[in-house]
Structures are given as C-alpha cells and as structure tokens.
Design a protein around this ligand. Structure first.
Ligand code: IMP
Length: 429
C-alpha cells in the first residue's frame, strides 16, 4: 500500500514522527517538495534526529528518495548524511537528477527579499527557498544533472560567472547589500558536489514507477503544511512549493497509476491538537496569553530549523477542513494530544465571523482573515497524564470527546493519536 502524509496546518504538525512510525511497513520513503526549510524531528530511544532534507524513513533504515520537486543545498545534504552515518544510520539515498540546487547567492537574496517585502514577507527560514524556486521558473536554475554535465563539458565556470554577476548586481544595485560572493570558492565546492551527486542521483520517476508496479510499498512524506502551499496556502505567507497532494504527482513525476497500481492508496492528514506556526501573517485563533505561553513551553514549540519561538493557537477547523478537502485526506493522524493535558478548558475554532456575519468558506487574503473573529466551541479539558495510554479507551473521557469532535468536524476518522515524542507513544485505532 502506498501512503502519502501531509501537514494540514502550518508545518510542524509532527509529520516526522508519523512518517517514522509508518515507515516500518514501507520499502521506500520519498520526499517530493521543499528543501532544508523543513525540520522533521524523529526520536528513537536515546537518539533525537533533526532532519531537514533526508526523508524521515532514515531511522527505519529504508530506501530514501528525493523527487524533482524538491530543492537541495548540497552542503547541507552532505553534512546531514555525514552526521547520520557518524551516528550509525545507513543512508540509502537516491536524489532526482532534476532537483534544483541552492547556491550561496540564493541564501543572500532570501534575506534581502525578506527585508524588501516588509509586512508581506512570509518570515522565511533564510534557506534560499524562494530565490531557488524563482530561478527554476525563470529557467536559469541549475539541476543536479546540469551540474554533472557542466562539470564534464567545462561549462560550469561560465554558468557560475554569469549567475554570480547577475545576482551580485541584484544584491548590490537593487537591494544595496554588499556581498562577498566568491566565484572560485563556489566553483571549488560545486566540483565536489558534482562528484557526490554522481553517486547519489538518478531517474527517480523511473525508480518509483517500477517499485510501485512491482508491488513495493512507498511512503510519500510531505514537508511543511497546507497553509504554506504556494497556491492553496495563505499567500504570500507561504513557502514556494506545493505542499499538498498535487505537489506529490508533479514533484515525483508520476501519474495517478503506475501500471495497474495506484500511486497513492491512502492520504493521511497530520493535525496537531492545537495550532503552531513560525513566520508572519494573521492567525485568528492565536493565543496571545498565558495559555499560549504555557503550551509553547510545555510543547517546546521552537522551530526545528530556525529555533524561533512558534506562535500558538487553538485548533482551527476552518483551516484543517480546507486541507482535508484539498488533499483528499482519508484519515487523520492527531499529534501532541498530551500537550493539552492539564488545561481546564480546551477550545476548537469552528468558524470565523466578520462583523457578526459567519464566514463559511476559507478566505483568500490575509487582510480579510485579519478582520475575522474566531468562534469557539469550548470543551472541558483533562488533567491526567496521557503519555502512557496505548489504547483509545485508556484516554480520559474528555480527551476522547475532543478526538470525536475532530472526527465530526472533518468527517474523517482519526486513526493515529500521538501522546508523546517517542515512536512508541502512538495510539492506533
Ligand atoms: P521559506 O520556505 O523558508 O521561504 O519560508 C516561508 C514560510 O514558510 C515562513 O513562514 C517559514 O517559517 C515557513 N516554513 C517553511 N518551512 C517550514 C516548515 O518546515 N515548518 C514550518 N514552517 C515552515
């Protein structure tokens, strides 16, 4: 069975843990969009893995694949692999030869753009994501296969010269930033990266197509979350890739079926029991009070990639329902329910109102959302520590009610419930 896992909120839903759990039954774990802006935490025994580019299946020693829709900073990928291997993990990785590469000027431009965009800036992770995807669509980016070819035919110095000249002018004349981009240094590094990719890259579409056709189980790991989708998220407070189901098909180069097998048999939407996000933009159910601080500290809600404190809010069903729809989610994996233990009341944002008029559909602009007043359903909380519960019936009745309400609002069953950071702290239903 081929399963796809997507975040239904702002990223940071705890997909890494869910993918790690599901990876046991998979032969291949594949990523298909985003880059090192992603941060997936996987805890196995005494080991805490903070992954950015490597699919979370690494902790289960699975075959790992990165599809063409992703972008890679080679320096970060190599250091992630080195670190994992040092810690005894086997990294059996195939990177698509069509993946676009992040250059040092993308990192500088990311910061410059952020400053220029002012209150319409997404608050990027400064990993070069927007500039590298922009180069892809301007059709002068460099893919893994191009890098190898240019090293072989001697065209790489010319390419780097042209791009450093262009990006240098943008930094200097447009953004008025002094830079120290060094062509030779970039070249030296990219010659080394080319050798690395000779070993690790290939035709990912072909590989996955045949694996599925032969009956292997593929687990597709979405990065970020629905609200960060470039098309369906809260634009412009989004990332630069499609973080929803469509991104999987284009980002792997696959159709609905591989021979007579479905490419994706099941879609799992990962929902955190509350809302958290880093970055800018409106967040109607935000908790700007003691409860928000309490959840942030209890849940260690600080960004995996940037260390920034995450903004906290109640669960927002208007948003979750939208991404259940956009992804066609069959099931929900609810994460971090344990963090809510100890609250007298828990709230679910069930709708918004603007000037006392109900907002029934998702709004497209931050300006409109800014005007919204969240409407809550208030439920009784629970005091018990639930981190040792392993069956749904073991959960306090009020925690069970909370789960049931989510099922009622989404119309989708909650099949996995996370009650702690460990791989074993999951309640299957
Ligand atoms: P970028 O993807 O670095 O350009 O950042 C754009 C927006 O997406 C910012 O608000 C980031 O904080 C957010 N973002 C990007 N990747 C992640 C992620 O993996 N988890 C949560 N937020 C993310």
């Amino acid at each position: 069975m081929n399963v796809a896992v997507f975040g239904m909120q702002w990223g940071d839903e705890g997909k890494g843990k869910i993918v790690d759990y599901l990876a046991e039954k998979a032969d291949i774990v594949a990523r298909f969009q985003g880059g090192s802006n992603a941060g997936h935490t996987v805890i196995v025994g005494n080991e805490t893995l903070k992954l950015h580019l490597i699919p979370s299946g690494v902790a289960q020693n699975k075959k790992l694949v990165i599809g063409n829709g992703a972008v890679i900073n080679p320096e970060e990928l190599i250091s992630e692999i080195t670190e994992l291997e040092k810690r005894g993990f086997r990294v059996d990785l195939l990177v698509s030869e069509r993946v676009h590469l992040v250059f040092p000027y993308h990192l500088l431009l990311d910061g410059a753009l952020h400053a220029h965009q002012g209150n319409r800036a997404a608050g990027s992770t400064k990993k070069g994501i927007a500039p590298v995807y922009a180069d892809k669509y301007e059709r002068h980016g460099l893919r893994v296969a191009d890098l190898i070819e240019m090293v072989d035919n001697g065209e790489l110095p010319g390419y780097v010269h042209k791009m450093v000249e262009l990006k240098g002018k943008m930094l200097h004349h447009v953004f008025e930033i002094e830079h120290n981009l060094d062509e030779q240094q970039i070249l030296d590094k990219f010659y080394i990266y080319a050798n690395f990719f000779r070993k690790y890259s290939g035709n990912v579409t072909d590989e996955i197509y045949h694996a599925i056709a032969e009956g292997k189980n593929v687990l597709f790991e979405g990065a970020q979350g629905g609200l960060l989708d470039i098309d369906h998220g809260l634009y412009p407070y989004v990332t630069s890739s499609n973080t929803t189901l469509g991104g999987l098909y284009t980002g792997m180069g696959l159709g609905l079926r591989c021979k007579n097998k479905n490419t994706v048999d099941k879609v799992i939407g990962v929902v955190k029991a509350y809302t958290s996000r880093v970055g800018e933009g409106p967040l109607p159910a935000e908790l700007l009070n003691e409860t928000g601080n309490w959840i942030r500290e209890k849940g260690h809600e600080y960004g995996t990639t940037t260390g920034r404190p995450r903004r906290i809010g109640w669960l927002d069903m208007l948003e979750v329902n939208n991404f259940v729809m956009v992804n066609g989610a069959d099931e929900i994996a609810l994460t971090r329910l344990d963090i809510l233990s100890g609250l007298k009341q828990v709230k679910i944002c069930v709708n918004y109102a603007i000037d006392d008029v109900l907002v029934r559909q998702r709004l497209a602009t931050g300006g409109a959302i800014q005007k919204c007043r969240p409407l809550y359903e208030v439920m009784a909380g629970w005091d018990e520590d639930i981190s040792n519960c392993r069956k749904f019936e073991d959960l306090p009745v009020n925690a069970q009610r909370y789960v049931h309400r989510i099922e009622e609002f989404t119309g989708v069953p909650v099949k996995l419930i996370g009650v702690g950071p460990e791989r074993s702290q999951i309640i299957p239903r």
